[in-house]
Write a protein that binds this ligand. Structure first.
Ligand code: FES
Length: 102
């Protein structure tokens, strides 16, 4: 599956997502400036992304833990998610995400 990711400067890159890995891991491995301080434990909110172009509705609902973490994130929008809580799968082929401000 493909992930279309936009960085904080507005540059878009296409990343190959591996099934079963998280979108955060794919962004990080592709060299995008995502901090992901807690390594994907849903405990830092530094993997915050915006889900673009109607993809938000296609995701399963965030867990209570993710909602709590997002409460502490900066510049939260209705399409905010933590990318470490999103698992790559064929259903998400073409998903568009934008890195949120740090
Ligand atoms: S990497 Fe820490 S919450 Fe996602």
């Amino acid at each position: 599956m493909k992930i279309i990711a936009k960085d904080r400067e507005g540059k878009t890159v296409e990343i190959e997502g591996r099934d079963g890995w998280t979108i955060m891991e794919m962004l990080r491995d592709a060299g995008l400036p995502i901090t992901a301080e807690c390594g994907g434990a849903c405990a830092c909110a530094t993997c915050h992304v915006y889900i673009e172009d109607g993809w938000y509705e296609k995701l399963s609902a965030p867990s209570d833990g993710e909602v709590d973490m997002l409460d502490m994130a900066l510049a939260v929008q209705p399409n905010s998610r933590l990318s470490c809580q999103l698992t790559c799968s064929e259903e998400l082929d073409g998903i568009k995400v934008t890195l949120a401000p740090e």
